[in-house]
Design a protein around this ligand. Structure first.
Ligand code: FAD
Length: 530
């Protein structure tokens, strides 16, 4: 699975290494198409590492479906629940069922919410993850000691999925690569090539070496999320926008604010949104907001957004959370399909759109992480209807076990049990690498059990592993997107950035100048916007 030089003739080129592009690359490769995926930054550096980390049908959409008798919203929930089940089954090391509790302060809300959640369970059918229930006031106080008790009547509990989004992209891409796909990060599409006005290839620029080159394919898919319209305009200057972007921020707090393994779902914010407090990588993740925003890399986290989240947490918590309690924050851009009838970004149905330009550039945008696989399947079906290719398999991804999930978790535990790792390290290795933990172990044998940071079980050996197997090229690829440390504890990531950068310097033969440049770049990003 180590990186190798690129060839130039493909059946399909996928632009964008987020959830959508990765899913398409895997599906295409498994059908038998010679596939190239290119990403201008690091894989998952866009929206796909900035989600709320839920694999869900969307309880909120269900409420809308029922209240407005909206079939589209209902279909979206049903499809989401089907895909939730598949994602959890195909990548069990990176995902799990999670319970979410909603504290309620009015008696009538308890039956109202409960009935809605029972409906959510019914729509899940045999793919249900667990049974929704009513929770007593006493249990809520016991499980969530800092929840405000004033007027608390009780609550409800339901099941959804939770996952590690950025590692999921890597697992999908490793799977694609194992099956023959070429995957290139830090490779930007700067233009297109045409034969008889039909799109026939892409112009590429390596954003590290600045080398420019070309690759050809008869199918080209634009899966660039928030950047979709920019790419469409590279193909056709007059293309009408089909994407609206809305930003959503998350903040991360210490685990003490959410001391057990359940999440909290706060059902109605002042602007009608749902807010989550979730356990994530040993911390408490809070999000999110929803504001129309312009397309940009590393979108800002505004003071107003942080105030918004803190204001809502305060409504439900008896403790005050100060800005200094925030360990990290980041913003992501939702690529929403333009809906002229929607009054604001929350009104836009989270469906996806697949279309082809006059020259044949296929663009796919919208949807959500949970449905990445289904979007990929539909995109390939769409592309292959236009482009007739022979001897291909049908879609293989419904039951396709991703890299890391071939062996059962119990089996991996048994194998890792032979080594004398402590419990935290064992759990970390399994939940990050699944059965690849055994490969990581070879790196631990070679480089020793040297920790990166006193407060975390993470090891230097993992940096080496990530360079060889997880496509990392810069320190923050590892610290933010493979390890997630920058996302949950910026200071800890800053503490280890030196050590990690030295390893990259060594492996990539950076000059002292290059090393200083990458170190400064990493520190600036960690100190400002991720
Ligand atoms: P992206 O991840 O943005 O990927 C597009 C990629 O294209 C980028 O990496 C970009 O660098 C690359 N690119 C752009 N231009 C070029 C070029 N010229 N050449 C090469 N590459 C290029 N969904 C859920 O199911 N569950 C959730 O809990 C959830 N929470 C969310 C919370 C927030 C705040 C947000 C914003 C979204 C959330 N979503 C959630 C939705 C989900 O994250 C997105 O639908 C999904 O990540 C979009 O993936 P994508 O691949 O389309 O876009």
């Amino acid at each position: 699975m180590k990186d190798k030089d690129i060839q130039s003739e493909f059946d399909i080129i996928v632009i964008g290494g987020g959830a959508t592009g990765s899913g398409i690359a895997l599906d295409a490769t498994l059908r038998g198409l010679k596939t190239l995926l290119v990403e201008k930054n690091d894989f998952s550096e866009g929206t796909s590492s900035r989600s709320t980390k839920l694999v869900h049908g969307g309880v909120r959409y269900l409420e809308k479906a029922v209240k407005k008798l909206d079939f589209n919203q209902y279909a979206l929930v049903k499809e989401g629940l089907k895909e939730r089940y598949r994602l959890l089954k195909n990548a069990p090391h990176l995902s799990r069922a999670i319970t979410l509790v909603t504290p309620l302060y009015k008696w009538y809300e308890i039956p109202y919410m409960y009935v809605g959640l029972v409906l959510y369970d019914i729509i899940s059918g045999k793919r249900r993850l667990g049974k929704s229930s009513i929770v007593s006031k006493k249990e809520i106080i016991k499980k969530f000691p800092s929840v405000s008790r004033d007027g608390l009547k009780g609550g409800v509990r339901y099941f959804d999925g939770a996952f590690n989004d950025s590692r999921m992209v890597i697992s999908i891409l490793q799977s694609a690569k194992e099956s023959g796909c070429e995957v290139k990060n830090y490779t930007e599409v700067t233009g297109f090539k045409y034969v008889d006005e039909k799109i026939s290839g892409v112009k590429l620029k390596d954003s590290i070496t600045l080398e420019e080159y070309e690759a050809n394919a008869s199918i080209i898919v634009n899966a660039t999320g928030p950047f979709c319209d920019g790419i469409r305009k590279l193909d056709f200057k007059e293309a009408k926008d089909i994407v609206k972007t809305s930003s959503g921020i998350h903040i991360v707090l210490d685990k003490k604010f959410l001391p057990n393994d359940e999440g909290l779902m706060i059902p109605k914010t002042e602007d009608g949104r749902v807010l989550f407090m979730l356990p994530y990588l040993g911390k408490c993740l809070v999000g999110t907001t929803d504001e129309i925003a312009k397309v940009q890399e590393r979108p800002n986290v505004s003071e107003a957004d942080i105030e918004y989240l803190l204001r809502h947490i305060k409504k439900y918590f008896a403790v005050t959370i100060k800005k200094s309690d925030i360990l990290s924050s980041w913003s992501g851009l939702r690529p929403l399909v333009v809906d002229d009838n929607a009054e604001n970004s929350q009104e836009i149905v989270r469906e996806h759109s697949i279309n082809s330009s006059k020259s044949g550039l296929i663009s796919v945008v919208g949807g959500k992480w949970t449905t990445y696989r289904k979007m990929a399947e539909e995109t390939l079906d769409f592309a292959l209807k236009i482009e007739n290719k022979k001897n291909l398999h049908s879609c293989q991804t419904k039951n396709y076990k991703l890299v890391g999930s071939i062996e059962k978790i119990s089996k991996i535990k048994e194998k890792l049990g032979k080594f004398s790792f402590n419990k935290d390290l064992n759990e970390h290795l399994i939940s990050f690498y699944g059965d690849c933990a055994l490969e990581v172990f070879k790196y631990i044998e070679k480089f020793g059990e040297v920790k990166l940071h006193d407060d975390y079980p993470y090891l230097e050996a993992e940096v080496y592993y990530s360079i060889d197997y997880e496509f990392t090229k810069k320190p923050l690829d590892f610290l933010v997107r493979r390890l997630g440390l920058g996302l949950v504890d910026k200071q800890a990531a800053i503490d280890c950035v030196h050590k990690v950068s030295l390893i990259y310097k060594d492996i990539f033969n950076w000059t002292q100048e290059e090393y200083s440049m990458y170190l400064e770049e990493s520190k600036t990003i960690l100190n400002t916007n991720l």
